[in-house]
Design a binder for this molecule. Structure first.
Ligand code: ZN
Length: 423
């Protein structure tokens, strides 16, 4: 229902709860304000929020639901993923791979008999990448879980035709390797999507972009596809962070990804596949894509935390997104690979002269933040020193994966004051 693409998703006449405060309209979900009513109406349209909420998680026990399906993903792929999710729900954690593989085998092209093991293997990697397999990727101590690896499973005696060898994995153009904290993980490549037509990431354009000249967010009609074209390491950290956030007692639900704004369609026009018209009302077309978000208020959702998982981001784009979060009532949670990456990021904001206030009182920004006793101290130092970043909390992937901090530790001042939102 809410997951399906339909024409109603961009109709805004069902969206009334904006309040008029002098000359400004205010979004009732995130508190973003603008004198332009349509900009505010378009900020958190009900249909988009509903779609995110449909696959939201509300506690850490139901954490492995993957991502919100993008509206434009092939319906056959959505059906396949739903079938696999249903099979997994009906099985125990020990037999997750088996349940998923049974469904995959039924959908494999007939010609894959000879290399069935390897084809099943690549499909399980694809599912792992989409965070559909509970417990995978394995990055905790293996002895704790006694889980078999995907490769071991595919090579288990007599289960499938053929086998999966290290050399095959290394040489296959269907797979590429990445790293999460201390574990190596595989992802599928564009060649996988090209070969198996029943798999669609809903965003095959992604790989064709020239990343030295990436499109503006406003030109991307369907940012919800992004996780389906992202690699396993990124998606795993996103889900860890989302599930971790949901453990905060005040957070009612958390979702990934979270999109603020949607392509606008003028009244009387029907939805088209073309990019939004940028000339008419440029500011109304701002679309921001975030990796995850946490909400409070069960009956009427309010956004409390907006999250970004950072690897090698463009600093300018990241800062644009962080500035937008600051214009809302949400806190920004920035997840970085390591503590050093936080120091480097602050240094680069400074070096690129993106901040109005110097981030450190001395010349060497990296060294200054490196001297802070812990990450919480770095957060405190940055947010008191740089007013424009006073809504940011950094955490590292290590902190999340090793359960070093709870969301209550990180959000000790419990989100931001909602006083700026007028009633
Ligand atoms: Zn909003």
């Amino acid at each position: 229902m809410g997951l399906e693409s339909d024409n109603n998703q961009y109709q805004l006449n069902d969206y009334q709860p904006v309040s008029k405060n002098e000359d400004e309209w205010t979004c009732r979900v995130c508190g973003f304000g603008s004198p332009n009513k349509s900009v505010v109406e378009n900020c958190h349209p009900v249909s988009q929020l509903d779609r995110e909420r449909n696959t939201a998680i509300t506690n850490p026990e139901n954490g492995h639901v993957g991502f919100v399906f993008p509206p434009q993903m092939e319906s056959s792929t959505k059906d396949l993923l739903e079938e696999i999710r249903a099979a997994i729900r009906q099985t125990s954690e020990a037999t997750v791979l088996s349940a998923a593989a049974d469904v995959i085998v039924r959908h494999l092209p007939a010609r894959s008999d000879e290399r069935q093991a390897f084809d099943v293997f690549t499909h399980l990697i694809w599912l792992q990448q989409y965070q559909v397999l509970p417990g995978y990727p394995i990055f905790r101590n293996i002895t704790e879980s006694e889980r078999v690896s995907i490769q071991e499973f595919c090579n288990a005696e007599g289960r499938f035709n053929g086998s999966v060898t290290e050399a095959q994995i290394r040489e296959s153009n269907l797979l590429k390797e990445g790293q999460i904290y201390r574990a190596k993980v595989l992802s599928v490549t564009q060649a996988f999507f090209d070969q198996f037509k029943h798999t669609d990431n809903g965003f095959n354009l992604m790989s064709k972009w020239d990343m030295s000249n990436p499109p503006r967010w406003a030109e991307i009609e369907f940012p919800m596809s992004v996780p389906f074209a992202q690699h396993t390491a990124h998606n795993t950290i996103v889900c860890e962070a989302r599930n971790w956030l949901a453990t905060h007692p005040v957070i009612d639900w958390a979702c990934a990804p979270h999109v603020i704004g949607s392509p606008q369609v003028a009244e009387g026009e029907t939805k088209t596949q073309s990019p939004p018209n940028l000339e008419k009302e440029p500011s109304a077309d701002s679309i921001y894509m975030f990796d995850f978000a946490g909400f409070t208020g069960e009956s009427c959702s309010n956004i409390a935390v907006v999250g970004c998982v950072i690897e090698d981001e463009d600093n300018r784009e990241l800062l644009t997104k962080l500035k937008h979060i600051r214009a809302t009532t949400a806190v920004a949670l920035v997840v970085v690979p390591s503590r050093k990456a936080i120091h480097k990021l602050i240094y680069q904001f400074d070096a690129d002269e993106l901040l109005a206030t110097p981030a450190a009182p001395v010349e060497d920004t990296k060294e200054y933040y490196g001297r802070q006793p812990n990450i919480q101290a770095v957060n405190n130092e940055l947010t008191t020193r740089v007013p424009e970043l006073d809504h940011i909390k950094f955490v590292t992937a290590k902190q999340l994966i090793d359960d070093i901090v709870t969301p209550v530790d990180v959000f000790s001042d419990q989100f931001r004051e909602n006083s700026s939102v007028s009633e």
